[in-house]
Design a protein around this ligand. Structure first.
Ligand code: A2P
Length: 344
């Protein structure tokens, strides 16, 4: 039997990638609904190489006609529609931050905490809603999981270099238009970003919090604790850079047990979802440009940190629209099917 799948926010950067990922992975879908705002109704979107889906209005959609809904239309839209979809018996996989920290909503990265999915349904104390983590957290925990299991990760320091697509399609347009404009001496007028993003780096993603961290930095800490282990201390510094697709992270970890670059490299090579490309030579590492369009979390530049007792440093790159969003959501949907989780 196939499933009826709704993609909410189908016209957006992540929504389009969700359609692409479902098709690419031959998701067992009998019917795919593409939903967006009323202004997009009637637009045609590609579903894989050969098929087209026509956009319908989210506010007119009856979620009792879908089994699974992948939401990526912003937090406000999720807050307004995801609970209704869950109550209608749909399993919601939500890419926004709206429900991530709710106790009755599992936050899942299938390579890391697949068993958390058991708490999804109303019968098991859930709300038929599963949250997908923040893009920078998703790739990080895939890399940390095998290291944590083997060596006990105690503390993480992470600096991110994040692509503009994490802020949606309009943000990609802003980078494109500013870049073009600068070559013809047009004045730069930041719109979505607080400062010029072309040829620049902005140490500010999401809103500022009272303690001086940004919400993006807070999310990396709180979500890593919920997904992997509450005892891990994590401090993040998040920066937006003028790259369209692919988040990069410089990761510094301290572990309970002694760790070496060699043992870490061997473990990471066998870890699910991870590809190690680490030759200490020109081209022996991965950049976001190469990770774009790929599913893996790439690890490079693995080396021991001589400044702490048990320390390791590495570079972690992944396609933020894929593992950070669409792919992880589709993997959660596949896991739900595998475990027989149904909202009805
Ligand atoms: P639309 O294109 O009709 O505005 P991105 O994150 O790339 O900006 O994409 C946001 C996605 O969320 C788009 O598909 C957008 O649809 C959709 N969206 C935003 N607000 C709403 C809303 N109130 N109702 C339905 N879809 C929405």
């Amino acid at each position: 039997m196939g499933y009826r799948v709704a993609v909410v926010g189908a016209t957006g950067a992540v929504g389009r990638e969700m359609l692409q990922t479902l098709a690419e992975r031959n998701f067992p879908a009998d019917k795919v609904y593409a939903l967006a705002s009323s202004k997009s109704v009637g637009r045609e979107l590609s579903y894989g190489e050969d098929d087209i889906v026509t956009v319908e209005a989210l506010d007119k959609f009856d979620f009792s006609t879908a089994d699974i809904a992948l939401f990526s239309a912003g937090g406000d839209t999720s807050k307004a529609y995801a609970p209704k979809a869950g109550e209608a018996g749909c399993i919601v996989i939500d890419n926004s931050s709206a429900f991530r920290m709710d106790d009755d909503v599992p936050l899942i990265v299938p390579e890391v905490n697949p068993d958390a999915i058991e708490g999804t349904t109303v019968a098991k104390g859930g709300r038929n809603i599963i949250a997908n983590p923040n893009c920078s957290t998703a790739q990080l925990v895939v890399a940390l999981k095998p290291l944590h299991d083997a060596f006990g990760v105690r503390r993480v320091v992470v600096s991110t270099y994040q692509a503009v697509s994490g802020a949606g399609r309009p943000a990609m347009d802003e980078l494109f238009n500013q870049t073009k404009g600068i070559f013809v001496n047009d004045a730069v007028k930041p719109e979505l970003f607080t400062k010029q993003i072309a040829f620049n780096a902005i140490p500010h993603i999401d809103v500022f919090m009272d303690d001086g961290f940004t919400k993006e930095e807070w999310k990396m800490n709180a979500e890593t604790k919920k997904i992997l282990d509450p005892s891990i201390d994590l401090v993040a510094h998040c920066v937006r850079i003028p790259v369209f697709i692919g988040h990069s992270e410089a990761v510094f970890i301290e572990t309970d047990k002694p760790i070496s670059d060699k043992s870490a490299r061997t473990l990471l090579r066998d870890a699910p979802g991870v590809v190690v490309i680490d030759h200490r030579a020109n081209e022996g590492y991965v950049t976001p440009h190469e990770a774009a369009g790929e599913d893996a979390v790439y690890i490079s530049r693995i080396r021991s940190d001589p400044t702490v007792k048990n320390g390791l440093v590495f570079w972690c790159v992944s396609d933020n629209l894929r593992k950070g969003a669409a792919l992880n959501s589709v993997q959660i949907a596949e896991l739900a099917i595998e475990r027989g989780i149904s909202g009805r």
